[in-house]
Design a protein around this ligand. Structure first.
Ligand code: 5GP
Length: 194
């Protein structure tokens, strides 16, 4: 999505540790009209898929997922980070390592909101090593739901998550894929996509 690449070029800040900050329109201030364009693009990419629910993880996936939910006309479920280590039986549970905070989180979804009838689009803002996506896929599988595909705003293609998930057979649609980025110069190179 050329518009997203341009926006990242204009406003993205490359930090050390291979972190891209896009706080001005995604991760702190949210440009909802831009989210609307991203939601429309996810809908265009997945027009052929029988998606009846969107799954994401708190917190930064929620905004994009909600607007995508409007385009698909389906409910959005967000997996919650649980502060309690006492996990009840009425939830699906997994552990996800956080790339940005470098810690492990217990993540849960109530059994009420995922079932074998669900055909899921799993959405997140970033894809790096794939821990968040693998965790959400685990929750979907525990519920017997079908993963129709993954929708990512920004994939860092130089990290291993995207390749691994594609090799596992998942459909991964990323609106922008960063091939390389340099914290010293701020230079960002995007992968050509059709
Ligand atoms: P992964 O689990 O794929 O290693 O990392 C993806 C998760 O970490 C996303 O949920 C996202 O919130 C966060 N993340 C990973 N890399 C970046 C980054 O470069 N910038 C921002 N803002 N978040 C990132």
């Amino acid at each position: 999505m050329k518009l997203l690449e341009e926006r990242i070029r204009q406003e993205g800040i490359v930090k050390s540790g291979s972190v891209l900050k896009v706080d001005s329109f995604i991760n702190h201030q949210m440009d909802v009209l831009f989210f609307d364009k991203m939601g429309a693009e996810f809908k265009r990419l997945y027009a052929d898929a029988p998606i009846n629910k969107i799954l994401t993880i708190e917190a930064s996936g929620i905004g994009i997922a909600i607007i995508a939910g409007l385009h698909f006309g389906v409910p959005v479920v967000f997996a919650k980070k649980s502060r309690s280590s006492n996990i009840s039986d009425d939830v699906y549970h997994t552990v996800i390592h956080s790339y940005t905070h470098n810690n492990d989180n217990n993540v849960i979804v109530s059994r009420e909101y995922l079932s074998p009838e669900d055909h899921l689009l799993i959405i997140d803002d970033f894809l790096a090593n794939g821990c968040a996506m693998e965790g959400l896929i685990d929750l979907a599988h525990q519920a017997g739901a079908t993963v129709e595909g993954l929708g990512i705003a920004v994939e860092k293609g130089f990290q291993k998550g995207g390749d691994k998930l594609r090799q596992e057979g998942y459909r991964v649609e990323s609106l922008a894929i960063i091939e390389s980025m340099d914290a010293a110069t701020g230079e960002i190179v995007f992968r050509e996509q059709d």
